[in-house]
Design a protein around this ligand. Structure first.
Ligand SMILES: Cc1cc2nc3c(=O)[nH]c(=O)nc-3n(C[C@H](O)[C@H](O)[C@H](O)COP(=O)(O)OP(=O)(O)OC[C@H]3O[C@@H](n4cnc5c(N)ncnc54)[C@H](O)[C@@H]3O)c2cc1C
Length: 427
């Protein structure tokens, strides 16, 4: 297994929210796999940079890409890149100690924040901004993030979706949590709960659906007494950002939103702009409208979908003939696109591995050297490979660093410090 970071686990470590530790338990399954004879971890090795895909194919009979969706979809509106406008990815990576985002700066002295998007990632970002330090301090949130959040002056968080409450993408458990925070009240405009006939039909047709349960939660938010908490989360629907505008200091000052109406039959409804606009003054904004895969040289890429083109997990050739490239496979977000929870990837991986096993006879063209056949992992220019034993050293050190603070671990946030640690501990 090759991983570009010294730490394995992808988004389970760097995406799943620090206050949802239980959801990180699949890591235990990995630990079991890592002990299997024949398994090798090559951490701190980037495929396509440190090791080419051609070299991998020469060294192994089959190569399976599970490299996720590492970049974001863009809104494509003026002002998107103003200072104060960030992607959810940056913020999530920052609070989860992802080395790529360690040095990002978020201006938490702002009082009003907008989050564009209403999926579970948007909810995570919202919850981390809304929670008190006491609610976060015993999680594995990165210490630098906790220190900044402790100084936060945020009072209002606006969670903005382009469609209505019946179409919101969040799952009910995560959504309900917004009503269970120590010092934050959810706010819903009761008018938003007056659904159009197509939305009512959607709810009617799918009894027990997530949308129906979310509606119940929203109704609860409307009727619950206002506590006068320090922070408020405004759940706002049928609004699309059309422009981010800067102030005199060229930083984000407000987002202009267009009101939408829903068009189309039930389950087919799309948001259409009405032309009516409202402005929301905010100095900080997070875009959470979806992830996108990135290319790896030597692997065909569907730039529109941001995925590797596949059929049954087999990567298809770039020429568009639809022919699978022998020995190349994909699974997870780089195969399906950025949807689904950890469990979704399990079934997805099984399907791909079954394809691989089905091809085993044709792939077995004679012995291959494995990692020993990778020229760029040998010699002076080679990256410092982090093997599983090295990772265990990092893992133990993180747990030890967290213990005095009552945290499950204090993650390292820089690649260099992880490599220094393993160099000083391992032979
Ligand atoms: C913010 C957020 C919160 C989430 N919360 C939950 C949750 O609470 N519960 C849940 O079930 N699911 C959650 N998910 C979804 C879950 O994390 C994903 O379904 C899952 O991690 C996708 O797995 P993957 O293997 O496709 O990609 P990833 O988990 O992204 O793994 C890809 C790995 O490939 C590595 N990589 C990329 N390119 C290269 C390269 N060129 N060379 C070497 N290595 C490379 C990356 O460093 C990374 O480690 C969340 C996702 C996000 C973004």
């Amino acid at each position: 297994m090759f991983e570009r970071l010294p730490a394995p686990f992808g988004l389970v470590r760097h995406g799943v929210a620090p206050d949802h530790q239980k959801l990180k338990e699949p890591i235990r399954i990995y630990e079991g796999i890592a002990r299997t004879p024949g398994f090798q971890l090559f951490g701190n090795v980037t495929i396509g940079r440190d090791v080419s895909v051609d070299d991998l194919r020469a060294a192994y009979h089959a190569v399976l890409f599970c490299c996720g969706a590492e970049t974001d979809r863009r809104l494509g509106i003026p002002g998107e890149d103003l200072a104060g406008s960030h992607t959810a990815t940056e913020f999530v990576g920052w609070y989860n100690a992802h080395p790529d985002y360690r040095d990002r700066v978020f201006d938490l002295s702002q009082e009003v924040v907008a989050i564009i998007g209403q999926g579970n990632v948007a909810i995570d970002v919202c919850r981390i901004l809304a929670k008190t330090v006491d609610e976060l301090k015993h999680t594995d949130i990165a210490q630098h993030a906790l220190d900044c959040l402790a100084e936060s002056r945020i009072r209002e968080i606006h969670l903005i979706g382009r469609r209505g409450p019946a179409q919101a993408k969040f799952t009910t458990k995560e959504f309900r949590e917004l009503g269970e925070l120590a010092d934050c009240d959810p706010v819903v405009d009761p008018a938003d709960l007056a659904l159009n006939p197509a939305s009512l039909a959607e709810l009617e047709e799918r009894a027990g659906s997530v949308a129906k349960k979310n509606l119940e939660v929203l109704k609860g938010f409307v009727t619950r007494p206002v506590r006068g908490a320090r922070r408020r989360v405004f759940l706002r629907f049928l609004l699309s950002p059309v422009e981010l505008q800067g102030g005199a200091d060229a930083r984000l000052a407000q987002v202009v939103l267009e009101r939408n109406r829903l068009e189309g039959g039930s389950f087919q409804q799309t948001a259409r702009g009405t032309g009516a606009r409202v402005a929301l003054q905010c100095g900080l904004l997070f875009r959470s409208i979806g992830y996108k895969g990135v290319t790896i040289p030597g692997v065909p890429f569907d730039a529109k979908q941001g995925v590797f083109p596949t059929r049954d997990g087999r990567i298809l050739d770039a020429a568009g003939t639809g022919a699978p490239i022998p020995g190349l496979y994909a699974s997870g977000w780089i195969k399906r696109g950025p949807t689904g929870i950890i469990g979704t990837n399990r079934a997805d991986s099984l399907a791909t591995v079954n394809s691989m096993l089905g091809d085993a006879d044709s792939l077995n063209t004679g012995p291959k050297p494995g990692a020993e056949g990778l020229p760029t992992l040998q010699g002076g220019q080679a990256p410092r490979v982090v093997h599983y034993a090295d990772w265990q050293v990092i893992d133990r050190a993180e747990v030890e660093r967290g213990a005095p603070k009552g945290k499950p671990r204090e993650k390292f946030t820089r690649v260099a410090e992880m490599l220094r640690l393993v160099d000083s501990t391992c032979s």
